[in-house]
Design a protein around this ligand. Structure first.
Ligand code: ATP
Ligand code: DGY
Length: 536
């Protein structure tokens, strides 16, 4: 199946104009075919946020090649263009920028994760590698997502470049994150943030690392974590913009945080921080860390209020979100419509404990399946009330639940509900897995709780970076017969779930055919969830 999924994009050519009940969906009979379409939708989501297309959508040169247009702003180019970048997807972004603007680029420095060039090469993504003659210098660092000496050297080189700039110069800043939800110790430090460590003296790199790890281990959110990072950093919280002043600064940002908050993504190096020392102390208090703070941290915090990276320092900056989960979902929605689905984006902010999120999707599947297959369009009111209750508990800010149910009730044909975000796994077991595979397995278990009627239901969850936790797959897909099929194979899914061992489960289940293999994608806009219904 994996092989079948991999050749899918060439086999399943989408028709050039949309149709509602056209042949591809009407012909759909097997779960395998449904899975192939889901995979195609996932690929289209990821494709929309690839570095090349994103940069091309955002930047253009006028015919003389002397003016750079970024959205509706124009900048003069005259041997005055510089580039810096940090984050997981930045290598591909830099390669795309170099391709477009290389002839104007005086110098560039990027900080990317250790081993990324080799991984990109292995994945055959030559277009994401810089050409040998490039003026962009690459630093690899932040092994295990922790800020280390290599990342520190990169941050120093970036700072030096920025500080040399004059009012005639233009600095392009490429930003992407890596680890929005620091819910395990190993991925605690974040991507863009971890790749740009520049602690304010006398705070040392080790002290910052320890504090970050402690906060993460105690469950601090990325917003809280990055508030502290900003207060202790020379470059975060607008510090990079300040270093580059009076040059013009254009930041192109790939968002890996729910709601695309500029201040939080990679700790907002080109965004004035609105946080005060009181905010930091509140966070440190909350996680019981205030009493044990190193003297250096106390010193820097006590100085911070009198020396903030104030808003006045960011007037020379243009921050642009060039890629996000919602952009990816919009493309998958468009593609689903082309394939004949009635498609809707439910939310781009799916978050919360993976068990609750799985319950939500299970309940949603039951309610939507009933709406879709009942001849009288009667809605299962009791289950619907439970669904709304659960949705309220999950506090999903942009959830379009009522609209989606109405649309399903009217659709009476194939339906695709799309969502994105990043649920959280509280690790208890010692198995191998990732939040996407665990979510898929949990949703499969929910779908098996009671019959869904004459409709095929598929759920897919995949990380847009192509790597789900410490595994080499992006995620997995399930159908409503997962429970019965697993038991036929003597696989006790509950035992695998108890041990956070979803990867091992899916490796065995139906010969591994439910795993989503994409390889490294070169982008990262959190996760994509697809809930697909096809009336039999
Ligand atoms: N055995 C496991 N089962 C389930 N989830 C796991 C397991 N091991 C790690 N994880 C989860 O994987 C996540 C880390 O994986 P990953 O690197 O894909 O995500 P990230 O770094 O948070 O974000 P991004 O995918 O955007 O880079 C954590 O949320 C962690 O809880
Ligand atoms: O780098 C970071 O801070 C996280 O990835 C969020 O952007």
């Amino acid at each position: 199946m994996a092989a079948a999924l991999q050749v899918l994009p060439c086999l399943l050519r989408a028709p050039s104009r949309p149709f509602l009940w056209g042949p591809p969906v009407a012909r759909m009979t097997s779960g395998m075919a449904l899975a192939e379409q889901a995979r195609q939708l996932f690929d289209s989501a990821v494709g929309a946020v690839q570095p090349g297309p994103m940069l091309q959508r955002t930047l253009s040169l006028d015919p003389s090649g002397k003016q750079l247009k970024v959205r509706d702003r124009t900048f003069q180019l005259q041997e005055n263009l510089y580039l810096v970048g940090f984050g997981k997807a930045v290598l591909g972004m830099a390669a795309a920028a170099d391709e477009l603007l290389g002839q104007h680029l005086v110098q560039g420095v990027i900080s990317v994760p250790k081993g990324i060039r080799a991984a990109v090469e292995l994945a055959g993504k030559q277009e994401m590698l810089l050409k040998p003659h490039s003026h962009i210098q690459v630093f690899e660092g932040a092994e295990d997502n922790l800020p280390d000496r290599d990342a520190l050297r990169a941050a120093q080189a970036i700072q030096q470049l920025a500080e040399r700039l004059t009012a005639d110069d233009l600095l392009l800043v490429l930003i992407s994150g890596l680890s929005p939800l620091p819910d395990t110790l190993t991925d605690s430090a974040g991507g863009g943030s971890a790749l740009l460590p520049a602690p304010i003296p006398p705070v040392t790199l080790e002290e910052k690392q320890t504090l970050t790890k402690l906060l993460a281990a105690r469950g601090a959110t990325i917003q809280e974590l990055n508030t502290i990072r900003k207060a202790l950093s020379q470059l975060k919280g607008g510090g990079l913009a300040q270093a580059a002043y009076p040059a013009q600064v254009v930041s192109l940002i790939l968002s890996d945080v729910i709601g695309d908050p500029l201040e939080v993504i990679a700790s907002g190096p080109t965004v004035a921080s609105t946080h005060s020392v009181q905010d930091c102390l509140h966070i440190l208090n909350h996680y019981g860390l205030r009493a044990a703070l190193p003297r250096s941290v106390k010193t820097v915090l006590s100085r911070a209020d009198s020396d903030p990276h104030g808003p006045h320092t960011c007037g020379h900056v243009l921050n642009v979100i060039i890629g996000s989960n919602s952009l990816a979902l919009a493309e998958a929605q468009r593609q689903a419509e082309v394939l004949g689905y009635h498609a809707m984006v439910l939310s781009t902010a799916m978050q919360g404990d993976v068990r609750r999120v799985a319950q939500f999707y299970g309940l949603l599947a039951r309610v939507a399946a009933a709406c879709l297959t009942s001849s009288t369009a009667e809605r299962p009111l009791e289950e619907e009330a439970k669904l709304h209750q659960l949705a309220a508990e999950l506090q999903l800010p942009d959830l379009q639940l009522e609209e989606a149910l109405e649309a399903v009730a009217k659709a009476k044909g194939p339906v695709c509900l799309l969502a994105g975000g990043e649920p959280t796994v509280q690790l208890q077991g010692s198995g191998k897995g990732g939040r996407n595979q665990e979510l898929a397995l949990r949703v499969g278990a929910e779908l098996g709780k009671q019959p869904l009627g004459p409709v095929d239901v598929l759920f897919l969850s995949g990380g847009t970076d192509g790597q789900d936790g410490p595994t080499k797959v992006a995620g997995a897909w399930v159908m409503s017969d997962l429970v019965s099929q697993a038991s036929a194979e003597n696989l006790d899914f509950a035992t695998f779930l108890d041990n956070n061992d979803s990867y091992t489960f899916f490796c065995s289940f139906q010969g591994g055919t439910h795993l989503l293999h994409t390889g490294l994608t070169g982008t990262n806009v959190m996760d994509v969830h697809l809930l697909v219904f096809h009336p039999q």
